[in-house]
Design a protein around this ligand. Structure first.
Ligand code: AHM
Ligand code: MG
Length: 335
């Protein structure tokens, strides 16, 4: 039976990526090696997150991160694990982490052709209460010659790959290397991510909107109008449901599977929104487009944005194609 065949023929993430890369002539397995190190980091964080309550790993480390937020022990730990794994892969030249003010330039003897931008543990407000959190990453290729910061100050459409790992009711790794989106679930007994969600496509239109409505008094007119339409649709369609975890990975993951829209808009207090371009907005926008959805900043296609600073922020609206189309129309009407 087909089901039996599936159960005994385990498509691990390594096997999957090796298959994919073998389609590219001249591929020497560098990408697979890099990805294996990212996967290792995610498995470590998954295990640490699962034990956090027991091990009393949670709590403040007494440090604040670049954005002036309090850093939790798990954030620090996750960051260290990823930096060490990525450097030791021998496949990276530049690393940008949410937790580090400056980019890490890998020493020449350990350099490789990739740059990785990542948020090692996103959703910090959810750590202490055991709600889903995640890791987000994007991968660029360095240009020939000495690596410079311009190798990562690239529009998101230049990413080679992007993905996230969600530490939720199960641990899920979602990846795109530019030809669709695939989801893998960690089998804890094997310690392997197994392909469980092949070729994810986001529904064309969704029934859910996801936003921090507590910021509503500071929204601009198009955002306010859009959310008003979600609750009181003018065209007779049913009102949308609101879901907001407050962990970008969880909110985007649900949006990808169920459809709908996730937004972190600009507001009067934060004219650039909250989310960081390189390691939050770009990877999620990349995945959305690869799954058939859209990602928009309020001004342009998110993946066309050219960042000028590594920790730059941008408003973001992403999700089902038709839902993002609606918010685009509202912003276009404003101009
Ligand atoms: P963090 O980097 O401090 O974890 O902040 C990022 C998180 C995202 O995961 C989430 O989408 C957003 O912040 C929620 O912000 P808010 O609490 O303002 O709604
Ligand atoms: Mg974060």
């Amino acid at each position: 039976h087909a089901a039996d065949a599936k159960r005994t023929d385990l498509m691990t993430i390594t096997r999957f990526v090796l298959n994919e890369q073998s389609k590219h002539p001249g591929s020497r397995g560098d990408f697979t090696i890099l990805l294996n190190h990212i996967v290792l980091g995610c498995k470590f964080v998954c295990s640490a997150v699962n034990k956090a309550g027991l091990a009393k790993l949670i709590g403040l480390a007494g440090d604040t991160n670049v954005q002036g937020e309090e850093q939790k022990k798990l954030d620090v730990l996750s960051n260290e694990v990823f930096i060490k794994a990525l450097v030791s892969s021998g496949r990276t030249s530049i690393l940008v982490s949410e937790e580090d003010e400056e980019a890490t330039f890998v020493e020449p003897s350990k350099r490789g052709k990739y740059c990785v931008v990542f948020d090692p543990l996103d959703g910090s407000s959810n750590i202490d209460c055991g709600v889903s959190i995640g890791t987000i990453f994007g991968i660029y290729m360095v240009k020939d010659g000495e690596p410079t910061i311009n190798d990562v100050l690239q529009p998101g459409k230049n990413m080679l790959a992007a993905g996230y790992c969600m530490y939720g009711s199960s641990c899920m790794f979602v990846l795109s290397t530019g030809s669709g989106v695939n989801g893998f679930t960690l089998d804890p007994s094997l310690g392997e991510f197994i392909l469980t969600h092949p070729d994810i496509k986001i529904p064309r239109k969704g029934k859910i909107y996801s936003v921090n409505e507590g910021n509503a008094k500071n929204w601009d007119a198009p955002t306010a109008k859009y959310v008003e339409n979600c609750k009181f649709p003018k065209d007779g369609s049913p009102a949308k449901s609101l879901r907001y975890v407050g962990s970008m990975v969880a909110d985007v993951h649900r949006t990808l599977l169920y459809g709908g829209i996730f937004m972190y808009p600009a507001d009067k207090k934060s004219p650039n929104g909250k989310l960081r371009v390189l390691y939050e907005v770009f990877p999620m926008s990349f995945l959305m487009e690869q799954a058939g959805g859209q990602a928009f900043t309020g001004k342009q296609r998110a993946l066309d944005l050219v960042p000028t600073k590594i920790h730059e922020r941008s408003p973001i609206f992403l999700g089902s194609y038709d839902d993002v189309e609606e918010i685009k129309a509202l912003y276009a009407a404003k101009e």
